[in-house]
Design a protein around this ligand. Structure first.
Ligand code: GLN
Length: 541
């Protein structure tokens, strides 16, 4: 079978959920037995989003092979349960970097280097790269940005060339637009969609399917009108209506027959109907919780929900697994202090201290951790959350009052969290952290070992600082237990407090591997502990 390529572009507005539509289609095709991957092409000039402020672009998602990528790759992995890699996220910055490096090496033999053909050739090469690995039947490419943006033009031109080069049945283009509803006129408006499709067509790309984001049902008349004016087949205009859960979208797309249209155009009609039972089971549990808990997410990027996307999704998965509705309360770490901590966190059934960078909000995190430790509230620390749990323990239990991470206090006399030797000489910021999957050995008979039910795990990292092993003996003598270690370097990856009902903190990012069908074990156990804590509190009342 020839490789099949599906392209998803967006128009009218950004944030329409192109990633979710692409991932939903991928899910449906996968459930019909195809091997599918999704890649994202982003039009900005950063080489990767690793150096972007989470306020700008949301969470930075890290792949197994250590690429810092767009958060949409998180959706791809959660929907498909298949790992992505460096090759799945390409930016304009990467494209130009390759072309300019080649130019400096003299690879263009004196030719004038131009957007067409040199940049577009490099875009096409990367668009086809995953398809050449033999690992997939279908590659879905999401083109970031909005059609008509100056920045997206080379991507659309590369798509046009591929459409021209490929056999009709190997190429499919989906355009996602917005159909706004005008309350005063009580009408859905199609004009912005018509203009957006015209824009795409004037660049030479003809969409096969138009997916319309809408708050209200599209009538058959509206669908017909869009089809006629946009020159697509009747029936090839479908709706993506606002949904109660992103995981419902594959089923909505199925109801709109998106996968049927795609397999028909790609000549794959003989495939069986998709098997979506596992997803349906998950959605049923999500919709019918039997308990509820309140969990605080303490971090400093709380204004933008996308900054903690994978953590929030992990709670959705772990909630469904426990048939428990989780109310996540985001708490700004800069607004927590010894005075108000009781008021802010006193009613919580669990406290999660989030990853982060820099100095701001650190003391609030330490305060929240102390509260969880002393009040015996289930605690889960991730990355910076673990580092601050170590700082808190060192200060309060070991009595090292100035214990700190050298990230915040480079001159502290007690650097309980410090840079590794190889990081001390690193000056370049992009792509130089400890990134990607590392093995971790679990200590038998610890909480972590019971949670995972195995001796060896692999989780993904993204950090520069580490537990300083010079303090290990003193910490363990005082009651801190190191339950997970990197077998090659001896670095501390998990710490816990056995005297506490549930206190666990990890240097890695467990949230990156949680999926609806395979919820992350620590999140499941943390929610369970929160449910127990709530039940205990209820009994005391
Ligand atoms: N800032 C810390 C470090 O670089 C923690 C990073 C994180 O939480 N992802 O080590």
């Amino acid at each position: 079978m020839a490789m099949k390529y599906v392209f998803v572009t967006g128009g009218v507005a950004s944030s329409l959920g192109k990633g979710i539509v692409a991932a939903s289609l991928a899910k449906l095709l996968q459930a019909r037995g195809l091997r599918v991957t999704i890649q994202k092409f982003d039009p900005y000039l950063n080489i990767d989003p690793g150096t972007l402020n989470p306020y700008e672009h949301g969470e930075c998602y890290v792949t197994e092979d250590g690429a810092e990528t767009d958060l949409d790759l998180g959706h791809y992995e959660r929907f498909l349960g298949v790992h992505t890699s460096k090759a799945n996220n390409v930016t304009t910055g990467k494209i130009y970097n390759t072309v300019i490096t080649k130019e400096r090496e003299g690879a263009y033999l004196g030719k004038t280097v131009q957007i067409v053909p040199h940049i577009t050739d490099e875009i096409k090469r990367r668009m086809l790269l995953l398809g050449k690995t033999g690992r997939f039947d279908v590659v879905i490419t999401e083109v970031g940005g909005t059609v008509g943006d100056m920045e997206s033009q080379p991507f659309v031109e590369a798509m046009r060339q591929l459409q021209w080069e490929m056999a009709e049945e190997d190429f499919l283009s989906i355009h996602l637009t917005l159909i706004p509803y005008l309350k005063a006129a009580k009408e859905l408006k199609t004009k912005p969609t018509q203009h957006s499709v015209q824009e795409l067509q004037s660049a030479g790309v003809h969409p096969d399917i138009i997916v319309c984001r809408t708050e209200k049902e599209l009538t058959p008349e509206i669908r017909r009108k869009i089809a006629l004016f946009c020159n697509v087949k009747p029936g090839h205009v479908i709706q993506s209506i606002d949904s109660w859960s992103i995981y419902q979208v594959p089923l909505n797309m199925k109801a709109e027959r998106l996968d049927d249209m795609v397999v028909a155009k790609l000549g794959l009609e003989s495939l069986p109907e998709p098997d979506l039972d596992e997803l349906k089971g998950f959605l049923y549990r999500l919709k019918h919780p039997k308990a509820e808990v309140d969990i605080a997410l303490v971090g400093k990027y709380v204004e933008l929900q996308d900054a903690y996307k994978s953590i929030l999704e992990s709670f959705v998965h772990a909630g469904a697994a426990n048939e428990c509705k989780i109310h996540v309360h985001t708490v700004h770490s800069e607004h927590v202090d010894a005075e108000n901590v009781e008021e802010v966190l006193g009613q919580m059934d669990g406290i999660l201290v989030a990853p982060g960078f820099g100095e701001r909000g650190l003391e609030g995190k330490v305060t929240a951790i102390r509260f969880a430790r002393e009040r015996r509230i289930p605690f889960f620390g991730i990355c910076l959350g673990m580092q601050m749990a170590v700082v808190e323990f060192a200060r309060d239990v070991l009595g090292l009052k100035d214990a700190a991470s050298t990230e915040a206090c480079p001159n502290t006399t007690n650097p309980v969290i410090d840079l590794m030797e190889d990081q001390k000489t690193t000056t370049v910021k992009g792509g130089t952290m400890r990134l990607g999957a590392y093995t971790c050995h679990l200590e038998p008979d610890t909480l972590a070992w019971r949670i995972y039910g195995t001796d060896e795990i692999s989780e993904r990292h993204r950090h520069r600082y580490e537990f300083n092993n010079a303090y290990l003996e003193r910490m363990e003598a005082a009651g801190l237990k190191v339950s997970g270690r990197n077998p090659d370097t001896g670095l501390v990856e998990i710490m816990e407090l056995p005297s506490h009902p549930f206190f666990i903190a990890v240097q890695f990012h467990p949230e990156l591997k949680s999926t609806p069908e395979r919820p992350q074990p620590i999140f499941i156990a943390f929610v369970e502990a929160a449910m127990d804590h709530r039940a205990g509190r209820g009994m005391k009342k």
